[in-house]
Ligand binder design. Structure first.
Ligand code: 2P0
Length: 361
């Protein structure tokens, strides 16, 4: 299913066009990637839901350079305005890709990017931004060289390139559920790129909800990059990587069989472990806010009282992702709106769902 729909999109690329644009979603990890080594290689495998509403639109226009100066040349616009800080990061990233994309030094590129969610909302944008950028450059390669002809080659390369930009971005390339990182019991799994879970997802998880509560929109005190590197000296790292490997298999089994109870248990265990690892890093740090804990406690009490399948997870930040099946939306959303949204900054919540992956726009 996944590769079929992208295949159709690929065939709409023409060798005469001079721009390409992709909409690529964010993703939320069920089993978390936390700890990396080498060139963006994960210390443990991870699995995520691809989202839908939280996405980045990126358009890349290109014209052949008159004078080839051996440099990557880009103009970068974020939300319609030039943005030098982002431009410098992207230039450094593209500079590192000249082996993957032989055409990079021969063109002037104009990149225009915008997010569906406010930049200041505290939602990580690196997964959607880097996957959209990777898909655009893979499309330009296809336009200029005709390669790849095969949709899965295209997606594999896009995921690989996205990973080099930001680890979690490797997973945003695939619809619904993506797996990234080598696991001895998962066929084709690799540290180099994500792979799709494809048609194995049980119908109970299709269109699963993820309401993202914006508990704080402040910039994080410790970046994910710094957080990953602190794992290199975290005394609990080895045990954590074992736990992630174990949770991978249990999560995939739950996703296949529709076992929402086991899924929810692992989802919350992973969120709490991630933040516990931050708290016992050296130096220790805390990214949860008072509102985060208040929401966590209310979700647990609600579940205890109603037995309804509402579960939380956290990214590397204070905002809470609330996951639940579509069938119980009518019973769960009124509770979220009444009890949990008051903990959000200006009542901000992004109502998202499991999505069908990136698309050409
Ligand atoms: C994840 N996170 O699996 C984990 C869980 C946040 C918590 O991947 O340094 O922005 O760009 O590879 O992908 C956030 O880290 O880090 C992240 P880089 P990234 O989604």
């Amino acid at each position: 299913m996944a590769t079929g729909s992208i295949n159709y999109q690929l065939s709409s690329l023409s060798s005469t066009q001079q721009s390409v644009a992709w909409r690529s979603p964010s993703n939320i990890a069920i089993v978390k990637y936390w700890g990396k080594h080498g060139i963006q290689l994960p210390r443990n495998p991870s699995v995520s839901f691809t989202l839908d509403a939280a996405h980045t639109d990126t358009k890349v226009s290109f014209t052949e350079k008159i004078e080839k100066d051996g440099e990557v040349s880009i103009d970068f616009y974020f939300e319609g305005a030039p943005n030098e800080a982002f431009a410098n990061k992207i230039i450094a990233f593209l500079q590192s890709l000249h082996i993957e994309f032989s055409f990079l030094l021969d063109y002037d590129f104009k990149i225009e990017s915008s997010n569906s969610f406010p930049h200041s909302s505290g939602i990580a944008s690196s997964a959607s931004a880097m996957s959209a950028l990777a898909l655009c450059f893979c499309s330009i390669e296809k336009i200029l060289t005709g390669w790849p002809t095969d949709a899965s080659d295209f997606l594999n390369k896009a995921s690989h390139i996205a990973r080099l930009g930001s680890g979690s971005a490797a997973r945003s390339v695939f619809p619904e559920v993506a797996i990234w990182g080598t696991h001895s019991d998962i066929e084709d799994s690799t540290d180099l790129q994500a792979i799709p879970f494809d048609s194995q997802l049980h119908k109970s998880f299709k269109r699963f909800h993820d309401d993202i509560l914006i508990v704080s929109a402040e910039e994080k005190s410790v970046s994910s990059r710094a957080g990953h590197s602190l794992m290199e000296v975290n005394p609990y790292a080895t045990v954590r990587y074992e736990q992630a490997n174990k949770n991978m298999m249990a999560t995939l089994e739950a996703l296949k069989t529709g076992d929402i109870l086991s899924f929810g248990k692992i989802l919350e265990e992973e969120a709490m472990t991630l933040h516990a690892l931050m708290m016992c890093s050296d130096p220790s740090y805390v990214l949860m806010k008072a509102g985060t804990l208040a929401v966590v406690e209310k979700v647990r009490a609600f579940r205890e009282e109603t037995s309804l399948p509402l579960y939380f997870t956290l990214d590397a930040g204070p905002n809470v992702h609330l996951l639940y099946p579509d069938e119980v939306e009518d019973q769960i959303w009124p509770f979220i709106e009444r009890e949990l949204v008051p903990h959000c900054v200006d009542g901000k919540v992004i109502r998202d769902r499991v999505g069908s992956g990136p698309r050409l726009i």
